[in-house]
Design a protein around this ligand. Structure first.
Ligand code: GTB
Length: 221
């Protein structure tokens, strides 16, 4: 990164997944680790997220946020993009390759993540609705459409467009939310793609740091 100011991000004080990588600070931590930027974390409770002080940083009262000097950002996509633009290794130098990597970030957030979020919503917030059992297969089919298309595009490649980029970081982050559903298993190349992302040392460090909030154990140096 160009600046020497250490950024501060926010993360859950208590995450429903107990720090196992599903909350969106993981992708921000991962991006920071990829570019070698040290960072600080401010943990926030669910109540504090809705207080004016936090809403000044995040109008929707959520995590993650990112503060760097007098710059304050919210939205994990915007934060990862900012980190990728400032640091080295997440966006190619070639202008066209860079534009394509950014396109994949948007594809992850705008095209692939929405049906995956629908699955979480219907599972956890709509389970008691009389139409829940009818809706579930429709939502699953919409996810399958996207997975089939993504799988076809990825083919046998390691990453979506040449070298690993912020586009892959975002796409792997989005797909990780499907692991527990078993739906990824239908697409072996996507499973391998996600595993490649998870195997990256920067991802491992990000995961361990988030988990450490819940275990109380500092991540291995
Ligand atoms: N579009 C925003 C972004 O990408 O930054 C969405 C941010 C968002 O949804 N933040 C969630 C949040 O703050 C945490 S990540 N929720 C609290 C609230 O809205 O009051 C979503 C999330 C949370 C927990 C799990 N989990 O434990 O499994 C997974 C995902």
């Amino acid at each position: 990164m160009q600046k020497t100011i250490t950024p501060t991000i926010t993360a859950f004080e208590r995450s429903p997944d107990r720090g196992r990588g599903l909350a969106r600070d993981t992708r921000v931590r991962w991006a920071l680790e990829e570019v070698g930027q040290p960072y600080e974390v401010r943990l926030v409770s669910f109540a504090a997220m809705k207080e004016p002080a936090h809403r000044a940083l995040h109008p929707f009262g959520q995590i993650p946020t990112y503060e760097e000097g007098d710059l304050a950002l919210f939205e994990s996509g915007a934060i990862v993009f900012h980190i990728a633009q400032r640091g080295a290794g997440l966006l190619p130098d070639d202008a066209h390759a860079r534009a394509r990597a950014i396109t994949w970030m948007f594809a992850a957030l705008n095209t692939v993540e929405p049906p995956i979020l629908d699955l979480q919503t219907t599972k956890f917030l709509e389970g008691d609705k009389p139409w829940h059992e009818q809706r579930l297969p429709l939502v699953r089919d919409r996810i399958r459409d996207r997975l089939r298309e993504l799988s076809a595009r990825l083919g046998n490649a390691d990453w979506l467009d040449g070298a690993f980029s912020a586009g892959d970081l975002m796409m792997v982050s989005v797909l990780l939310r499907l692991k527990a559903s078993g739906m990824l298993d239908e697409y072996p190349n996507l499973c391998a793609y996600v595993a490649r992302g998870e195997a990256r040392p920067a991802y491992q460090r990000a995961f361990e740091a988030q988990l450490a909030v819940f275990t109380g154990q500092p991540p291995a140096a």
